[in-house]
Design a protein around this ligand. Structure first.
Ligand code: HEM
Length: 182
């Protein structure tokens, strides 16, 4: 499915409206500054997992580069703009991970950590009823993020199988490689 159409569908199904987009943009004021801190905790968490740590350190300078790209991704959660270009960027992020064989079993718990750290900060930075609408908007955008990544995995897998790969892991990686190649 076209990334723009998929995003519209996900917005409908999660009940994500312009009000939620506006709340997230407002939250950017308290959330964007913690992006480097979340990135540090994130890579520390991945570094404690033997398999994921070896992927991170397979290329010199990779982790250092990822701090920046991850922090940019995190700030974008609170940009207030969730359009076709946003959906296309998320599809690409999913495909980059699929090409490396980093599947849902790594990605979904990692999203869970982002959720945990963010909710902790939201609760301490906001007061009273503000927290409820903030959490609602944040949960909806994270659900959309997870769905966009998962859909890109399915797309990669389908392409890999079509290319004749019989092993699921190979099909995922090779399909993603094919979809990412210009
Ligand atoms: C919440 C989940 C995650 C987010 C938001 C995220 C974010 C990103 C972003 C934005 C990129 C750059 C994509 C591009 O080049 O266009 C990236 C690449 C990458 N991520 Fe993740 N990531 C996540 C989970 C993981 C996990 C679980 C691993 C496991 C090791 C991982 C390892 C990598 C690696 C190795 C790259 C490629 C780096 C390179 O270009 O050499 N990521 N990630």
């Amino acid at each position: 499915m076209d990334p723009g159409e998929l995003l519209d569908l996900l917005k409908r199904r999660t009940g994500f409206t312009q009000t939620h987009a506006a709340i997230l943009k407002e939250l950017g004021e308290v959330m964007a500054p913690i992006a480097p801190e979340v990135a540090l905790a994130f890579y520390d968490y991945l570094g404690r997992d033997e398999e994921l740590s070896s992927i991170l350190h397979a290329v010199p300078g990779r982790v250092e580069r990822l701090y920046g790209t991850f922090a940019a991704w995190y700030r974008e959660l609170f940009s207030g703009t969730y359009d076709r270009a946003y959906a296309e960027r998320r599809r690409r992020i999913g495909l980059v991970h699929a090409r490396l064989g980093i599947g849902p079993r790594a990605m979904v718990p990692a999203m869970g950590l982002v959720q945990e750290l963010s909710l902790e900060h939201l609760r301490s930075a906001l007061r009273g009823l503000e927290v409820f609408s903030a959490v609602e908007a944040f949960e909806k955008i994270l659900a959309i993020e997870v769905a966009l990544v998962e859909e890109s995995y399915l797309e990669a897998l389908a392409r890999g199988l079509l290319l004749g790969h019989r092993d699921v892991g190979e099909a995922l990686k090779e399909g993603a490689k094919a979809l990412l190649s210009p």
